[in-house]
Write a protein that binds this ligand. Structure first.
Ligand SMILES: Nc1ncnc2c1ncn2[C@@H]1O[C@H](COP(=O)(O)OP(=O)(O)OP(=O)(O)O)[C@@H](O)[C@H]1O
Ligand SMILES: [Mg+2]
Length: 298
């Protein structure tokens, strides 16, 4: 498998194929008791946890029989309420979790047959809480994989400078800081820089902009679109912000209760929601928008 954007495209082979993928988790006793009483509300976390659909006594499907094809070079946004299985899906994609059923192919190769460590090194991964190593400086955090790959120190340093510029952090000011000396949003940007360090062909981004303010978020979204355009990589971008999902994704994957409800171009989903949950999502986004347009400005 190719491990960087610079190598040749594999043509018609999909970047990622999910084939009937399932992931089941056991319930703790406390949660199991609770699960029998909760109302199944499509927008609530209870509704998103796959309780009713799993039919299992002691467990539930965080991801339930999910099939999807991601083409090489796509930017797919994954949208769904809290607990619907978005992170679980990403973690199965780089084998941090093993599926309980189905298979995942990366450029036509079953990931189950690949060494998990090698696999992870080939994919950029921005985890939900930035996940920086606390004892390492920003510079060392960003250059973790390049150093593992035995890049020359100067090449590592130049790449860190380039990446800090890219995510809008002044390299002179930030490269020697430790994560505890950064705000949450700055940590997320360093996490993004780290994931981009070796220009992986596949990027898994788990709510990478969750902790940044609206203006920075817009700037970072624009940066991300530019990076995606320039690299031609395949990006899976998880968010529960519908505006972000529909703005960034060339296709949007909508999940609920571990299931894939619809995966299509944003405008197609708006015109033809395939499910009542999708319809509710779109309606609620429109309601929120209405406030801005119906409030007269001085
Ligand atoms: N390791 C685990 N053991 C048991 N249950 C888990 C584990 N990881 C996740 N879950 C459960 O699986 C479900 C899906 O979790 P997941 O983290 O994929 O949700 P999510 O869609 O990413 O939510 P959020 O938007 O809040 O990040 C949740 O009900 C969660 O509690
Ligand atoms: Mg998550």
């Amino acid at each position: 498998m190719n491990d960087s954007f610079e190598k040749k495209s594999t043509g018609a082979v999909p970047a990622i194929e999910y084939r009937n993928v399932c992931k089941r988790f056991e319930r703790t006793d406390a949660k199991r008791g609770h699960s029998r009483r909760v109302r199944k509300d499509s927008l609530s976390e209870a509704g998103a946890s796959g309780i009713a659909s799993s039919g299992q006594k002691d467990g539930f499907y965080a991801v339930n029989d999910l099939s999807a094809t991601v083409r090489d070079g796509e930017l797919i946004t994954i949208l769904g309420s809290s607990g619907c299985g978005k992170t679980t899906l990403l973690k199965m994609t780089n084998r941090l979790y093993e599926p309980d059923g189905g298979s995942i192919l990366l450029f036509g190769q079953d990931i189950q047959k690949q060494d998990p460590v090698q696999l992870r090194r080939k994919m950029g991964y921005v985890i939900q809480q930035a996940g920086l190593f606390p004892h390492m400086t920003v510079e060392d955090n960003i250059s973790v994989i390049p150093r593992l790959l035995k890049w020359e120190p100067e090449r590592c340093r130049d790449r860190v400078t380039e990446l800090l510029d890219l995510v809008g952090l002044d390299p002179d000011q930030y490269r020697s800081r430790y994560p505890s000396q950064l705000s949450g949003g700055q940590q997320q940007r360093v996490g993004l820089a780290r994931a981009l360090a070796t220009k992986p062909r596949v990027m898994l981004l788990d709510e990478p902009f969750g902790a940044v303010d609206a203006i920075t978020r817009l700037n970072l979204q624009n940066e991300l679109l530019r990076i995606h355009r320039e690299t031609g990589g395949t990006f899976l971008f998880v968010t529960h912000d519908i505006h972000e999902a529909f703005r960034l994704g060339n296709r949007v994957m909508i999940m609920n209760a571990g299931r894939l409800l619809q995966m299509d171009r944003p405008e197609t989903i708006v015109r033809n929601p395939a499910d009542p949950f999708v319809e509710t999502l779109i309606r609620s986004a429109m309601e929120q928008e209405r406030f801005w347009y119906s409030t007269p400005r001085e």
